[in-house]
Design a protein around this ligand. Structure first.
Ligand SMILES: *Cc1c(COP(=O)(O)O)cnc(C)c1O
Length: 336
């Protein structure tokens, strides 16, 4: 150790590196050719995750973006639309895949905390009007909501949306990249989240600490079709049980500990003068007059954070940020 302390990386929960125990689980994984459906570790993980959410089937994907795309296109046909919140990951951070690849358009409502706004959603909703308007066939919600600072969507709001969607014959897609965080923060069983959605995407590569891997979850028919589309889009993988083993290890060992990340996030929010009461999970968004300058100053002190807008700075806690790291980062950020 030199004079420069180790860097604390709060840019994203995707920066985690597999632990020694996770690497051992990966090394020992039984594998087969997953395009043939013959990787036992992948098959077990798919069955396990489908069951966790009370759905029939699931499909392992290299990324959460692909899980979302496969999920959304399973319920929205080309020329139809999905409604989502305006800062949703599907709308902002998937590089237009839903339009570019699947011919799907989006209309959005805006909620500062990324919440379900049923009045806005029903106002946007367009039923089948023949040759006049784009038909709404799905609503997409994100829990926790990334760009809203890891905000949790209350289960009651999701259930109200479910009732409305049933009455309106609209499907619900749940972008659950960080649904594990919502589950740990609220104690809501994963099956309750599964019950409000027709299709979901979940990630193992965020706070759970796996190096790669996400999953689309839905009906057997949707997953059978998604398997074709995954291959069509170049996402068919072979002896990928080594990665599924990392995800399975993460489900066994890294879910409950997300509570530590949430504690660390509140500590950091407090140090930055943000309201810890607004920190639901592991993401803190702080208002700074010059975000880029603040980020540079933190970097000089060995704390990596990101500017997500001219005035907005984002900090994310995760598996590779210890209690000591969180405390040291809090001291640095409080000083700046
Ligand atoms: C990270 C993330 C995804 C998936 O991202 P990939 O980088 O494609 O794995 C999807 N939705 C949300 C909300 C995310 O934060």
């Amino acid at each position: 150790m030199g004079l420069v302390p180790d860097v604390i990386d709060l840019r994203s929960d995707t920066v985690t590196r597999p632990t020694a125990e996770m690497r051992a689980a990966m090394a020992g994984a039984e594998v087969g050719d997953d395009v043939y459906g013959e990787d036992p570790t992948v098959n077990a993980l798919q069955e396990r995750v489908a069951a966790m959410f009370g759905h029939e089937a699931a499909l392992f994907t290299p990324t959460g973006s692909l899980a979302n795309l496969l999920a959304v296109r399973s319920v929205v046909a080309p020329g139809q639309e999905v409604l989502c919140e305006s800062s949703a990951h599907v709308a902002r951070a998937e590089l237009g895949a839903h339009g570019a690849v699947a011919g799907i358009t989006m209309r959005t409502w805006t909620s500062p905390r990324g919440q379900v706004d049923l009045a806005a959603i029903s106002g946007l909703f367009a039923p089948d009007m023949g040759p006049f308007f784009v038909r709404t066939t799905a609503v997409s919600v994100e829990n926790t909501h990334n760009f809203a600072g890891g905000a949790v969507l209350p289960l009651a709001d999701l259930q109200a949306l479910r009732s409305w969607a049933d009455a309106s014959e609209v499907a619900i897609h749940l972008d659950g990249a960080r649904l594990w965080n919502a589950h740990v923060a609220t104690g809501t069983p994963l099956s309750e989240y599964g019950a409000v959605a027709d299709v979901l995407g979940v990630c193992f590569s965020k706070g759970l600490g796996a190096p790669v891997g996400s999953m689309m979850v839905g009906s057997a028919a949707a997953v059978t079709e998604a398997r074709v589309w995954r291959k069509r889009l170049g996402g068919g993988m072979r002896q990928v049980g080594v990665l599924a083993a990392a995800a399975a290890y993460a489900l066994d060992h890294h879910v409950d500990r997300l509570a530590d990340d949430h504690d660390h996030a509140r500590l950091l929010a407090d140090a930055c003068g943000a309201d810890p009461g607004l920190v639901d999970t592991n993401i803190v968004v702080v208002d700074r007059p010059d975000a880029a300058r603040y980020v540079a100053a933190a970097r000089d002190e060995g704390v990596l954070i990101s500017a997500v807008g001219p005035r907005a700075v984002r900090l994310v806690t995760h598996l590779d940020v210890s209690a000591g790291d969180a405390k040291r980062a809090a001291e640095v950020l409080a000083r700046l």
